[in-house]
Structures are given as structure tokens and as C-alpha cells.
Design a protein around this ligand. Structure first.
Ligand code: NAP
Length: 462
């Protein structure tokens, strides 16, 4: 179809996180006649910016101002509290939209698949992050912080977030937008030791320099690592010579600085300790009904520079602990009626065009994807911008072949939702909820106090 001013191309975007907003921006800036309706499962927009970014990282959340500018663009509408695949099917949406772009991220997490993972006290980082950030589905989760030792498996930025939240004092968190229920539990925490476990070496760790540098700033927690762990094999040394690995080289410098300052100050004797372990894989979690200890296997690195893998040496050590958080990456979840690659946890696609299954070139006309559900759960917020532009470029190339939808009307769609008893939340509705959260926060010296249930959010609109 050839979009005109009278009959613009109608695009539905599923998901309101960074990838959804960048794809909306690319569409609305393209110069073609396009309208965008964005659908979000929760009443609140912004996805992982609201429910993933750590509360003590307020600057990262400033990106919301950029998204608010996109929302103001003519032709953009937000509809929260609508779950595509449940409240409305993809087939139903196709009647009202010429193209659908899935920007629904990677909602669940990867598992270790080791014995004991199901024991009480073993959690995924996703659950913990969603709980302290007030995601409604997770508000009743319980984390028993009456234990003294917590283990965090993985060395990505999410693992660092989890370690930081466990290692900080309540005073360091109380003026952030952390939810009150989480702050209450954290302020009673008995945790004295947090151990972050990486299966490969410091030259391969997935965290980034800004995040690792923050570890030097704890008020009441010393960072402890074995200087021997920072000695690199020759393949790792060669890896760090690659200019692409400049951030990893920086990581190593910061880690060396941490070791040096610990040595000169003889560890500062702070109440908590965060231990960074390298070259260790979790083997088994043991306990009688609940987590009591974790068995780790010492690894060595094998393979060519850039492709080094962790290989078990058979050397075993155990750590007593009461909590384990598994932070080894996210996974996408399937949407009914949309192809899904279960192995990779993404929608199969060729540069944003959805294909019927992995390995084929048979595209699904009118279906596109962007962000983590397109490429997997890698990259920071800004990475989604170029990714979205690629998807939009292909959508625009396909314009001539896109079949026009039967009923090009948002009113028609909203009528269907009303008949189904679904209360769609507009952006104006959200701004009222937003203002109420900010007002609640102001009373307690926080940027906002989030509503942690959908009912509470909706009650603001009554
Ligand atoms: P990630 O960066 O992919 O890190 C996953 C970690 O889990 C890696 O250390 C990985 O080790 C390890 N791992 C994977 N499988 C494992 C296994 N079977 N056993 C032991 N360890 C295993 O994932 P993430 O931390 O969830 O972060 C996702 C994305 O969000 C990243 O791009 C991250 O930078 C971004 N993010 C950014 C920020 C920020 O900018 N502040 C905050 C949070 C998240 P290997 O390297 O050996 O595979």
C-alpha cells in the first residue's frame, strides 16, 4: 500500500520499553504518512527503564524525557493495560493495523539447570530486580534476607545491580525510587557477604567500566578479590589488545585499582564484603529444603583469543550461603500467533522482518520486531536505536507489498477492547498516575513512590 495523508500507514507497536520508543521515533521521523499506536501490558509505560534500571541509577531514567517527546509527536497514541496475545489476539490486531512491530523485550530469565536450583532461597535476578522496582506481578515475592551470605551467579550488569542493592545501606537507597516494600526488607537485611561468581576471567567479564567503578563507592561495603585472579593467560592478554575490547581493558584497570587500594588501606573494615570470584562455575546448590551451600568448580580458559570458553578443572570448592541469585541473562517469551525460536528465546527474523521459522527466508507479511525480542538480551538502552532504525528501513522497503488492513481505525480497535471489558490506559491517564506517584514520593524524600498494583494505578483514575 502507498500511505497518503488521508490514509496513513497504521502501525501497532507491542511494548513500550526503549526498543518500542526508538522504533516509534524512526517511523514518525521517516517522512512517510504513518500513525503509531503503542500497546503495553501494564498501565505504566517505559518497560525496563521503569522496571529494570536500578533505583540508584536515576540519570539513566532521564531517557524518559526523550520518550515523552516522541509521545508528543502527531500520529502517536499510547494504550497501556492491554496484553496482546491475551486481551486481544495478533489476528484481531491485524484487522486494524497494516503492520505490527513486536518490541516486547525479553521478559523471563535463563536457568542454570543444575541440581538444587529449585530450592527455597534460590531466585533469579529478574525476580529480585522486578520486586525492588515494583513490577506488579512480583510485589508479593519474598526474599529472606535474614541470612548472612548471598551468592550472585553471573558477571553482567544485572548481576552488578543485584550485588549493589544487596551491599548498600538503607541510607544509600532511601532517597531513590526503590519501592517501600523492598526498602523495608533491605533495611532489616542481615547480609554481610555477597559473592559474585563469574565463570570466565576478568578480561571476559560482561559488566561495563562505569558499573564496576561504582563498586569503589560503597559506604559500608569493602570489595574483595584475589590479586591472582587478575593474572591473565596469553590468549586473554591478546584479547585485550583488540581495540574493540577497550571497555574490558578498562574493567581490568579498575579491578587492579580496587586490589591496590584494598592493599594500601588494609581493607577498610566495613561491615559488609562483596567478593568478586572469577573462573568458577556453579555445580550444585545443596540444602535440606532450602539453600545451605553452593558447590563451585574451578575453571580454566580454553580456545582462541576472543572465543575462550570456561572448562571445568575438577577442582571443587563450597561456599555456605542462605541465598542464591541467578543472573545469567534474560529470555524472550512467545506471543500466541507469532513465530518463536525457543532455542534462542527470540522471534525468528531477518533484520527485523519476522520469518515463519528459524533458518527460512519465508517472511510473515506485516510482522516485524525490534530490540531484545529481535536480537536477544544484549546491549544497553541506546543500542536499541540503531536496531529500530534497521527494522523501520525494512518496513519502509516493504510498503508496496504490505496488504492494507480491513478496518483502518483506532476507534474501531478501542470499541473492540471496550466490548471485551478492557480499560485501555491513554497517555493522559498515565500522566495522572505519574503525578500521583511523584506526589507520594515527595512526602518521603523520594523522586516517586511507585504504585505496585494495577488496581492502585487504576484507582487514581476513578
Ligand atoms: P549479560 O551481560 O549477558 O551477562 C550474563 C552473565 O551471565 C555473563 O557473565 C555470563 O558469562 C554469565 N553466564 C551465562 N550463562 C552462564 C552459566 N551457565 N553459568 C555461569 N554464568 C553464566 O546479561 P545481563 O547482566 O542480564 O544484562 C543484559 C544486558 O542488559 C547487557 O547488555 C547489559 O549490559 C545490559 N544492562 C545494562 C545496564 C547498565 O547499563 N547499567 C544495567 C543492566 C543491564 P559468559 O560471559 O561466560 O557467558
Amino acid at each position: 500500500m502507498l500511505p497518503t495523508e488521508q490514509r496513513p500507514l497504521r502501525v501497532a507497536i507491542i511494548g513500550s520499553g526503549p526498543s518500542g520508543f526508538y522504533v516509534a521515533e524512526a517511523l514518525l521521523k521517516s517522512g512517510s504518512h504513518i500513525t503509531v499506536d503503542m500497546f503495553e501490558r501494564l498501565p505504566a509505560p517505559y518497560g525496563l527503564v521503569r522496571y529494570g534500571v536500578a533505583p540508584d541509577h536515576p540519570k539513566i531514567k532521564n531517557v524518559i524525557k526523550v520518550y515523552e517527546k516522541i509521545i508528543e509527536r502527531p500520529g502517536f497514541h499510547f494504550f497501556g493495560h492491554v496484553t496482546v496475545g491475551q486481551d486481544i489476539s495478533v489476528e484481531e490486531l491485524k484487522k486494524f493495523y497494516d503492520a505490527i512491530i513486536f518490541a516486547c523485550g525479553a521478559e523471563t530469565d535463563r536457568h542454570l539447570n543444575i541440581p538444587g536450583e529449585g530450592l527455597k532461597g534460590c531466585h533469579t535476578a529478574t525476580e529480585f530486580v522486578a520486586w525492588y522496582n515494583g513490577r506488579p506481578e512480583y510485589r508479593h515475592h519474598q526474599f529472606d534476607l535474614s541470612h548472612e551470605t548471598a551468592i550472585v551467579i553471573g558477571q553482567g550488569n544485572v548481576a552488578v545491580d543485584v550485588c549493589r542493592i544487596l551491599s548498600k545501606t538503607a541510607d544509600e537507597l532511601k532517597n531513590t525510587d526503590i519501592c517501600q516494600h523492598a526498602l523495608d526488607v533491605l533495611s532489616q537485611s542481615h547480609i554481610k557477604e555477597v559473592h559474585m561468581i563469574g565463570r570466565r576471567g576478568p578480561a571476559q567479564a560482561a559488566f561495563t567500566p562505569i558499573e564496576v567503578r561504582e563498586l569503589e563507592e560503597f559506604l559500608n561495603c569493602d570489595v574483595v578479590l584475589d590479586p591472582k585472579d587478575l593474572e591473565l593467560n596469553s590468549a586473554s592478554q591478546r584479547e585485550l589488545e583488540d581495540p574493540h575490547n577497550a571497555p574490558k581493558k578498562k574493567n581490568l584497570e579498575i579491578l587492579k585499582h580496587l586490589v591496590a587500594s584494598a592493599a594500601t588501606q588494609q581493607q577498610k573494615g566495613k561491615a559488609k564484603k562483596l567478593f568478586l570470584h572469577f573462573l568458577k562455575s556453579p555445580h550444585e546448590i545443596k540444602g535440606n529444603g532450602r539453600v545451605e551451600k553452593i558447590i563451585l568448580e574451578k575453571n580454566e580458559l580454553t580456545g582462541e583469543p576472543g572465543q575462550q570458553k570456561a572448562k571445568g578443572t575438577g577442582l571443587i570448592e563450597e561456599l555456605k550461603c542462605g541465598l542464591v541469585f541467578c543472573s545469567i541473562g534474560y529470555r524472550g517469551v512467545p506471543i500466541p500467533g507469532v513465530p518463536f525460536d525457543h532455542e534462542k528465546g527470540i522471534i525468528p527474523n531477518i533484520k527485523g522482518r519476522v520469518v515463519s521459522s528459524n533458518g527460512t527466508t519465508k517472511t510473515c507479511p506485516g510482522l516485524y520486531c525490534t530490540g531484545w525480542i529481535k536480537r536477544g538480551p544484549v546491549g544497553i538502552i541506546g543500542t536499541n536505536k540503531a536496531d529500530a532504525e534497521e527494522t523501520v528501513q525494512h518496513l519502509l522497503e516493504d510498503l508496496n507489498q504490505l496488504p492494507a488492513c480491513e478496518q483502518p481505525s483506532t476507534e474501531g480497535l478501542l470499541g473492540l477492547l471496550r466490548r471485551k471489558n478492557i480499560r485501555a490506559i491513554t497517555f493522559e491517564d498515565w500522566k495522572k498516575i505519574d503525578a500521583a506517584e511523584i506526589a507520594r514520593g515527595q512526602k518521603v524524600g523520594k523522586p516517586r513512590e511507585k504504585f505496585v498494583s494495577i488496581e492502585e494505578m487504576l484507582s487514581v483514575l476513578k
